[in-house]
Write a protein that binds this ligand. Structure first.
Ligand SMILES: Cc1ncc(COP(=O)(O)O)c(C=O)c1O
Length: 395
């Protein structure tokens, strides 16, 4: 009998079902040649073949790379998907999903979807015959009214960027399916640690892995998690179009994912305290955080998420000038686009991340400030915000 110490390492088989265990072990068996416990960065563009047409499963690194496979296997395990396909950015992942459509197909998109997603559909895919409607997806009657015989996708983002609206994924999935459409959920803000859209009925989950999955503001990437048949079409596009993540990017993302569960718990704890602090501050006219009991989506978020995440948006009394000054006055919260890293960030969506939707139905309030609450000591974060609000709103 072989002792477990001598047995061939098979961490995936031994991984068990726990989320954190999957994050650390799924797709990440020790490397068979050396036993390296970390998946190597297979920094190669091609793979030697044994004979003509006889290869190891890897031929050319656009088509497949073992580091990327490890990331895809892990993300599929975390989302409860049959398969995941990784891309060079979140928008590249979304582009692949839209390329599943044909001219004349119609998409219903949340009316506060990430500005870059809207720009891609409205300015790129509509040129190839895709039709799109922006709809308040929290209003199911409005969704029903927007559905047409050519609607193929409902595109939900929950919580949304930057208004943190919460959408009912089960209800949207039921509506989509009753009309022969599919539900896409952008799970970038919640991550599978807090919300699992496929178990709620969604058909595809998209991610900007640049954010919480990578978690350290050091890599750009994207992914789609879905069923085998759809993933096969996406993998075809991944190879045919070529927007693939490099092996180092895949490795960085995979390393970030290992700590996703503990980071999301801390992001959520810190954000809850930041939201409560802002809600009681006289220079703040409104706070959007699904964890606040007066948030319109609170009860729904409590049902479909296990915690409320690390994103908080708020409106500054005093308008756009005051909001801009607050965003420029923090010391620990870096003034920067993006989100989901260990460090806290602050930004002005109207001028920074969502400028591409200015003048459209998706325009965000000019006095809105968005926080990506990091995992620093929360007392330091609160003191930083207190000082910035004082500096920004008293002149
Ligand atoms: C919710 C959401 N989806 C998609 C994207 C696009 O991802 P990427 O910047 O990795 O292309 C972003 C980027 O900010 C985002 O916030």
């Amino acid at each position: 009998m072989t002792s477990s110490k001598d047995a061939a390492p098979d961490a995936t088989a031994a991984a068990g079902d726990g989320f954190a265990t999957r994050a650390i072990h799924a797709g990440q068996d020790p490397e068979p040649v050396t036993g390296a416990v970390t998946v190597p960065i297979f920094q190669t563009s091609t793979f030697a073949q044994r004979r003509v047409g006889e290869h190891t499963g890897y031929e050319y690194a656009r088509t497949g790379n073992p580091t990327r496979t490890a990331l895809e296997t892990c993300l599929a395990a975390l989302e409860g998907a049959e398969r995941c396909v990784a891309f060079a950015s979140g928008l590249a992942a979304e582009d692949a999903v839209f390329r599943l459509l044909s001219p004349g197909d119609h998409v219903i998109m949340a009316d506060d979807v990430y500005g870059g997603t809207w720009r891609q559909v409205a300015q790129v895919h509509t040129r190839f015959g895709i039709e799109v409607s922006a709809v308040d997806l929290s209003d199911l009657d409005a969704v029903r009214a927007a559905l047409t015989p050519t609607t193929r996708l409902i595109w939900a983002e929950t919580p949304s960027n930057p208004l943190l609206k919460v959408l009912d994924l089960s209800a949207l999935a039921a509506l989509a399916h009753a009309h022969g459409a599919r539900l896409v959920a952008d799970n970038t803000f919640a991550t599978p640690a807090l919300q699992q859209p496929l178990t709620l009925g969604a058909d595809l989950v998209v991610h900007s892995t640049t954010k919480y999955l990578g978690g350290h503001s050091d890599v750009v990437g994207g992914a789609v998690c879905t069923d085998h048949a759809t993933a096969e079409q996406l993998a075809f596009l991944q190879n045919a179009v070529g927007a693939v993540p490099g092996p180092f990017d895949a490795w960085l993302t995979l390393r970030g994912v290992k700590t996703l569960e503990v980071r999301m718990a801390r992001h959520s704890e810190n954000a809850a305290q930041v939201a409560a602090f802002l809600a009681g501050h006289p220079a703040v006219s409104a706070v959007a955080y699904p964890g606040l009991t007066d948030h319109p989506g609170h009860a729904l978020a409590a049902r479909q998420m296990s915690a409320f995440g690390g994103m908080v948006s708020f409106r500054v009394a005093g308008g756009v000038e005051a909001a801009t000054r607050v965003a420029e006055s923090t010391r620990l919260f870096f003034l920067a686009e993006s989100l989901g890293g260990v460090e806290s960030l602050i930004e002005h969506p109207g001028i920074m991340t969502h400028a591409s939707v200015a003048g459209t139905a998706l325009e965000v309030p000019p006095d809105l400030v968005r926080l990506s609450v990091g995992i620093e000591s929360v007392t330091d974060l609160l003191a930083d915000l207190e000082a910035a609000l004082a500096a920004g709103t008293t002149r």
